[in-house]
Ligand binder design. Structure first.
Ligand code: ZN
Length: 442
């Protein structure tokens, strides 16, 4: 490619981000519009049913990249100016429904899941669409809706809880904002709640690459209490009345601790600026979960808590996949043969050049033998994504593979840093696409 063409492409890509920054004021007010909806379906079909619109707060997401440059999620949410049809906002995320539809239960039963999506409040009438991306990377438009800021009924945010600043690296719209919501803490446990929130903030900030990038990160918590102490555990017959009704055994997996009251969770989260929500669940039983750009959970007291929160944030913030392959996870056909996964730290070698090929030293065999001399080398090691064969990971050991704190491999580290930069408006689009083109929708 000659210099002139390279320069033009660099200008166009870089130019895109500049135009987006200016476009914010043209298209949006400095406030949030939240759409609450039901995601309904089973193993073979799915649909979206709108429930309500909510508005308030201040927009704290990035303003430079209104159209997110990477798409690791199962849902692509897009917003268009309904007169000019210009794409003015885009966000990719995954949800619990995506995991549900891969379970045996979804062969027999229809599931109803609460979901939300936030966007900056539009100044003019918009059209919005939900597109579903299958694990075979087939994109299907599932829903088209409209919102008119002058005529559509919209409920205001209601602030209910105090906010604790646990670490402030910068302004909300220039940082990754992580918000902790405590579940299962009573008013009498306020001191414990505050100590636990700070302890989990320290777990995140003491872990690389969060540690070296604190200026791009904010961590806050809401001081929100529950009627009863503890967390619902159906397998023990324990039912607790808590703020968000978080529960173990979601999707029939004992340690899968999740929250099905997603509308309430986001209404609580409205009390503070946030890009990602983490539920800190008051329990000693091991559990947790993390879904890309949706939310994460962790139980409050366990010897592995430090590991669990950074592992789950790997999913939630970075869109990273699980690099382990011995698992009780009840999902099937997660990584179909012959399809390159969207997860930036897993490959089936179908389209490996879009992953971490640039980080592999020349001469290293691909696939790479998992032998001691390769322990500190980025390679292509077989086993990952819940299966021992056909899916490959970048490193012998990583926090996304083994239950070890503070051991993100160089590939996961790079993905997390790129994500911090995205929220901090520091990444250049052309840098990003060089390594991983987005999962473009046809
Ligand atoms: Zn890794």
């Amino acid at each position: 490619m000659d210099y002139f063409i390279k320069s033009v492409i660099a200008f166009l890509l870089f130019g895109t981000s500049i135009v987006s920054a200016q476009n914010f004021d043209q298209h949006f007010e400095n406030k949030i519009l939240r759409i609450d909806y039901h995601h309904i379906g089973d193993a073979k079909s799915e649909s979206f049913e709108m429930k309500s619109f909510h508005a308030g707060g201040e927009w704290n997401g990035t303003r430079a990249y209104l159209t997110q440059p990477f798409e690791y999620g199962s849902i692509l949410f897009e917003v268009y100016d309904s007169v000019t049809h210009e794409l003015i906002f885009k966000r990719s995320y995954s949800t619990l429904f995506d995991e549900y539809k891969a379970t045996e239960r979804a062969e027999k039963e229809i599931g109803y899941f609460e979901e939300c999506v936030n966007l900056p409040f539009p100044k003019k009438s918009i059209k919005f669409t939900f597109t579903s991306n299958s694990r075979k990377r087939e994109a299907t438009l599932k829903y088209t809706g409209y919102f008119n800021p002058k005529t559509t009924t919209c409920q205001p945010f209601v602030k209910e809880h105090d906010v604790m600043d646990l670490h402030i690296g910068g302004k909300p719209d220039q940082c990754l904002d992580i918000l902790f919501i405590p579940d299962g803490y009573t008013k009498e446990e306020q001191e414990k709640l505050e100590k636990d929130m700070q302890r989990f903030a320290d777990y995140v900030l003491d872990c690389s690459p969060y540690n070296e990038n604190k200026k791009m990160i904010n961590i806050r918590a809401v001081r929100a209490f529950s009627e009863e102490s503890g967390i619902t555990d159906p397998n023990k017959g324990e039912l607790k009345k808590t703020l968000l009704n978080s529960s173990y055994n979601v999707l029939d997996l004992d340690r899968y601790l999740m929250c099905l009251n997603v509308w309430k969770m986001n209404a609580v989260a409205d009390d503070a600026p946030y890009d990602h929500v983490v539920l800190i669940c008051n329990s000693t039983k091991y559990g947790g979960g993390g879904i890309y750009n949706f939310y994460c959970t962790v139980n409050s007291e366990h010897q592995r808590s430090a590991y669990v929160i950074v592992h789950e944030l790997g999913h939630g913030v970075g869109g990273l996949g699980d690099e382990y392959y011995t698992s009780e996870v009840s999902v099937r056909d997660y990584y179909p043969e012959g399809i390159e996964p969207v997860d930036p730290n897993l490959t089936t070698l179908v389209d490996f050049d879009t992953k971490w090929a640039d980080l592999i030293e020349s001469g290293l065999p691909v696939p790479t033998p998992a032998v001691e001399e390769n322990r500190a080398k980025v390679g292509v090691y077989e086993g990952g994504g819940y299966v021992a064969e056909g899916v490959y990971r970048p490193y012998i050991s990583c926090t996304m593979k083994d239950a070890v704190y503070n051991r993100f491999c160089p590939v996961c580290t790079r993905v997390l840093i790129e994500t911090f930069k995205y929220y901090s408006n520091k990444i250049k689009n052309n840098e990003y696409h060089k390594v991983r083109p987005s999962n473009s929708v046809n």
